[in-house]
Design a protein around this ligand. Structure first.
Ligand SMILES: *[C@@H]1O[C@H](CO)[C@@H](O)[C@H](O)[C@H]1NC(C)=O
Ligand SMILES: *[C@@H]1O[C@H](CO)[C@@H](O)[C@H](O)[C@H]1NC(C)=O
Ligand SMILES: *[C@@H]1O[C@H](CO)[C@@H](O)[C@H](O)[C@H]1NC(C)=O
Ligand SMILES: *[C@@H]1O[C@H](CO)[C@@H](O)[C@H](O)[C@H]1NC(C)=O
Ligand SMILES: *[C@@H]1O[C@H](CO)[C@@H](O)[C@H](O)[C@H]1NC(C)=O
Length: 322
């Protein structure tokens, strides 16, 4: 199956929003945005300010742009020669994306220690112009996975390494980076308006969070937010603290209520092939789709029932607070 501890995705949010929303029970109409062939596995996605969706493969070092509409066309962006996979993407300043590349084989699950890098992809002039520059090599890395913006002004991003089990801070302007967070999980009561780094741990089946100071360093112990999850992958939080999460081996996208922690299945089921191996989620960024959730599936790469990597959309309506 998949390598354990593959996913550690990082999100920064403010605690204490305290909004109460009642989940609706309307049937969700899940739309197919784009379906790749069975030779493509999607592992991550990011949404441009203009609404187009960038997807990264984890069986080729390639990124594509997809129009955020039903049967949206996919446009090739770039291939990072000399690598095998893409596992993380984040926007730092408008249309300036950081992309992690590495040498993890989706077939053998063997990675090449020290082979990961982070690249700057400038989408401003795309498709006419594209600038791709290496930002940093990570000599002590295994699998650079989730990324999150820490400080746009200073150009600081978090880069999780899911096999080493740490979170780095990278300065995208200088390429300097260091291990910032390396914690086991213990408990500590949250303060109000504390900033947190949220992460998912695939192998431990949890979403956790660690309080951070103004430099992005931990200022307390990590705590479990939700446990007992089957292979939690990528996730996002909305303004009310509700968590929208891809459960990889459950083939599901779920909503975890920020207040009650109640779980609602939005798409898929453990025996679903349609949404096989849910890998990534992100909100739309257009006026028309900002309360829609896009999600990608790996498709079941190398499995007999592989359906191919694909991108879908769930109109969330009042299930989210935008
Ligand atoms: C995947 O297969 C399709 C045809 O089935 C082919 O057009 C495409 O080039 C392949 N993609 C890669 C990255 O090999
Ligand atoms: C999308 O493509 C599918 C399969 O080709 C087709 O059946 C469907 O009508 C298309 N939908 C739209 C809205 O174009
Ligand atoms: C990573 O994989 C690519 C493609 O197979 C290969 O060209 C490159 O040498 C590998 N890098 C390392 C450090 O092994
Ligand atoms: C991005 O590329 C555009 C050209 O397409 C260029 O004008 C701009 O300076 C670049 N921005 C950065 C931050 O490199
Ligand atoms: C993380 O912490 C553990 C336990 O203190 C330590 O053994 C390990 O070397 C640390 N890893 C990194 C990359 O700093």
């Amino acid at each position: 199956m998949y390598p354990s501890l593959l996913s550690a995705v990082v999100i920064i949010t403010l605690a204490g929003s305290g909004l109460c929303d009642t989940p609706s029970t309307n049937t969700l109409n899940i739309e197919t945005i784009h379906h790749f062939s069975t030779n493509i596995s999607l592992e991550n996605l990011v949404v441009r300010r203009t609404g187009e969706i960038i997807v990264g493969f984890d069986n080729f070092p390639t990124i594509y742009q997809i129009e955020p509409e039903i049967n949206g066309t996919a446009t090739y962006i770039h291939t990072f020669e000399g690598y095998v996979d893409i596992h993380g993407m984040v926007e730092v300043t408008p249309d300036q994306f950081m992309v992690t590349t590495g040498n993890l084989s989706l077939v053998t699950h063997i990675d090449v220690p020290g082979s990961c890098s982070v690249w700057h992809v400038n989408m401003t002039g795309f498709p006419e112009h594209l600038e791709v520059k290496k930002v940093a090599d990570f000599a002590d890395s295994r699998i650079l996975n989730g990324m999150a913006l820490l400080d746009e002004e200073k150009g600081l991003v978090y880069v999780a390494d899911s096999r080493v089990g740490v979170v780095n801070i990278l300065n995208v302007n200088t390429g300097e980076h260091f291990v910032a967070i390396n914690n086991s999980l213990t408990n500590q009561p949250p303060g109000d308006c504390q900033r947190y780094l949220y992460f998912s741990n695939f192998a431990q089946g949890i979403i956790g969070r660690v309080p951070i100071d103004e430099n992005g360093l931990p200022e307390g112990d990590a705590e479990v937010v939700v446990s007992g999850l089957n292979t939690p992958e990528d996730f996002v939080l909305d303004k009310a603290g509700n968590i929208f999460l891809a459960l990889f081996e459950s083939n599901e996208v779920i909503r975890i209520d920020g207040e009650t922690k109640e779980i609602t299945v939005l798409a898929g089921s453990p025996d679903s092939s349609t949404y096989k191996w849910a890998s990534a989620v992100e909100f739309g960024r257009r006026r028309s789709d900002k309360s829609d959730l896009y999600f990608a599936i790996n498709g079941g790469f190398l499995e007999p029932d592989n359906v191919g990597g694909a991108l879908f959309r769930i109109p969330l309506g009042d299930l989210t607070v935008v």
